[in-house]
Design a protein around this ligand. Structure first.
Ligand SMILES: [Zn+2]
Length: 270
């Protein structure tokens, strides 16, 4: 059972609006009486597939029951089944193979990212809010990286650091380089679910890296901070000192916010 699928489907279960949005319904339209049985039908089909995934009866590569059988078994019409299948295909949970039915697959990072981005984008202050999730994910990731990083991971981190150094003056590619360094840290944790969660918010994180960079790029001392601090993080991972790495990472976020506040203050005076 893929936990990511469970998390994803759980989100869908909580947010009927999200399901309806994915299925192409108007999010703001309230349910009319005539629509209610149809909506219950969608939920029935989603619940059925979700349960089969959670229980392990369905795994990546397995074939879903044929449309006709699903319809009979769940007591819903075939158009409802088809629409739910299209919705599941849109989020990458299944692949519809014409002529041979639907096959379960593991959603890739791209689809997860799309879905999360669309869900989260509708929330106020999303970029700042995503930082909270980033802090939680990265603190655990850097601890695991200290224990699990391979020579290849350390090499990737050194390359990412070099890229940060080379691009420090440019908020766009510099922001991307910063993101790449942190993504390399996540990869070095060798924790697939953590990596999936990180990948799911990657689009928003890249945007956040860029926006934060753009605001601070002209502040005094910023270049030294960016390069030096990432180097210290890397050194802590090389030394496999999880406590130090965690402490530095918290400082990394804290110093980052201080620069953000300074930038806001200086803009205010200008
Ligand atoms: Zn950074």
């Amino acid at each position: 059972m893929e936990l990511v699928v469970a998390v994803l489907l759980d989100r869908l279960r909580i947010g009927r609006h999200s399901v309806r949005a994915i299925l192409g319904h108007d999010m703001n339209a309230g349910l009319t009486r005539a629509e209610e049985p149809e909506a219950r039908g969608y939920e029935k089909v989603f619940a059925f597939v979700r349960e089969q995934l959670l229980s392990g009866q369905l795994k990546a590569g397995d074939r879903l029951l044929p449309e006709r059988e699903l319809a009979t078994r769940l007591g819903v019409s075939r158009p409802v089944i088809r629409e739910v299948l299209r919705g599941l295909a849109a989020i990458g949970v299944i692949e519809i193979r014409h002529g041979s039915g639907s096959v379960v697959r593991r959603p890739g990072f791209a689809e997860l990212g799309d879905l999360f981005t669309m869900m989260l984008a509708q929330q106020a202050e999303v970029v700042e809010d995503v930082m909270e999730a980033r802090i939680a994910i990265e603190r655990q990731a850097i601890r695991l990286a200290c224990a699990r990083a391979t020579a290849g991971d350390l090499h990737a981190l050194r390359q990412a650091l070099q890229l940060i150094e080379d691009t420090v003056k440019d908020p766009q590619i510099g922001g991307d380089a910063d993101f790449a360094f942190h993504a390399a840290l996540i990869a070095a944790a060798h924790a697939p679910t953590l990596a999936s969660l990180h990948a799911a918010i990657a689009v928003l994180l890249q945007r956040s890296h860029f926006e934060r960079r753009e605001r601070i790029t002209n502040l005094d001392g910023i270049d030294a901070y960016l390069v030096e601090h990432h180097r210290q993080l890397l050194d802590a991972v090389v030394a496999r000192d999880a406590d130090l790495a965690d402490r530095l990472l918290m400082q990394h976020f804290e110093i980052g916010s201080q620069f953000q506040r300074r930038a806001a203050a200086e803009t205010g005076r200008a």
